[in-house]
Design a binder for this molecule. Structure first.
Ligand code: ADP
Ligand code: 5GP
Length: 195
C-alpha cells in the first residue's frame, strides 16, 4: 500500500545536468510504488535511447511548444542547452488528480517561475561532490554529444551559484555516495510536518 508523505506538496528537484536527479527520484519511485507522479514536461529536444514519449517527456516540435506558450498553457518554461522545456498546466492537473505527490525535475529558471506562481512546493537541490565528478558522470552516461556536454557544464556553474542564494531551496543534498544521498532525499520527503 502506498504511504503518502505527511507533507504532500509538490516536490521540485533541481541541480546540474548529470548530477543524479533522475537516479535519486527513480529510486524513490521504485521503493515507494504508486505514491509519486513525475510531472511529464514538454521538450523540443530529441528522445534519448529508452526514453518514451508521454512517460519521460512529451517530445514536441518547436511550433507545438510555441503554440502552447501563446495559449498560456505552461506553468513555467525555459531554454536549456539549445532546447526548450516546460511544465504544462495540463500535466500538473493530470498528475495531481491521481492523488499522488507530484515531483518536478526542472532547471533554475523554471524554479524561479514556480516560486512566483501560486503553487506551494518544496524545493530540493542536488549538488555534485565536485565539477570533475559531475563531468565524469555526464560523460559516463553516454547520452550527450560534446557540444551538449560543454553547454551543460557551463550551465552547471550558474545552477550551483543560484543554489547558494539563501532560502531558495529547503534542502541541498550532495550526491556523493548514492545510498547516503538517497537516504537524505527520502528522509526529507517523508519528514514529519512538525520537524
Ligand atoms: P540527472 O538526472 O541529474 O541529469 P542522472 O540521474 O541521469 O542525472 O545521472 C547521471 C549519471 O550519473 C548516470 O549515469 C547515473 O547512473 C550516475 N550517477 C548518479 N548518481 C550517482 C552516484 N551517487 N555515484 C555515481 N554515479 C552516479
Ligand atoms: P535533460 O535534457 O537532461 O532531460 O534536461 C535538461 C534540464 O532541463 C535539466 O536541468 C532538467 O531539470 C530541465 N528540465 C526538464 N524539464 C523541464 C521543465 O519542464 N521546465 C524546466 N524549466 N526545466 C526542465
Amino acid at each position: 500500500m502506498a504511504t503518502l508523505p505527511p507533507d504532500n506538496r509538490p516536490i521540485v528537484v533541481s541541480g546540474p545536468s548529470g548530477v543524479g536527479k533522475g537516479t535519486l527520484y527513480n529510486l524513490l519511485f521504485q521503493r515507494h510504488p504508486e505514491t509519486f507522479a513525475l510531472s511529464v514536461s514538454h521538450t523540443t529536444r530529441s528522445p534519448r535511447d529508452g526514453e518514451q514519449d508521454g512517460v519521460h517527456y512529451h517530445f514536441v516540435p518547436m511550433e507545438h511548444f510555441e503554440d502552447l506558450i501563446s495559449r498560456d498553457g505552461f506553468v513555467e518554461h525555459a531554454k536549456f542547452s539549445g532546447n526548450r522545456y516546460g511544465t504544462s498546466k495540463m500535466t500538473i492537473e493530470e498528475q495531481t488528480k491521481k492523488g499522488r505527490v507530484v515531483l518536478l525535475d526542472i532547471e533554475m529558471e523554471g524554479v524561479k517561475q514556480i516560486k512566483q506562481s501560486d503553487i506551494a512546493a518544496r524545493y530540493i537541490f542536488i549538488s555534485p561532490p565536485s565539477l570533475e565528478t559531475l563531468e565524469s558522470r555526464l560523460r559516463g552516461r553516454g547520452t550527450e554529444k560534446e557540444e551538449s556536454i560543454v553547454k551543460r557544464l557551463a550551465q552547471a556553474k550558474n545552477e550551483l551559484e543560484y543554489s547558494k542564494t539563501p532560502g531558495v531551496h529547503d534542502i541541498v543534498i550532495v550526491n556523493d555516495d548514492l545510498e547516503k544521498a538517497y537516504k537524505e532525499f527520502e528522509d526529507f520527503v517523508y519528514k514529519p510536518l512538525d520537524a
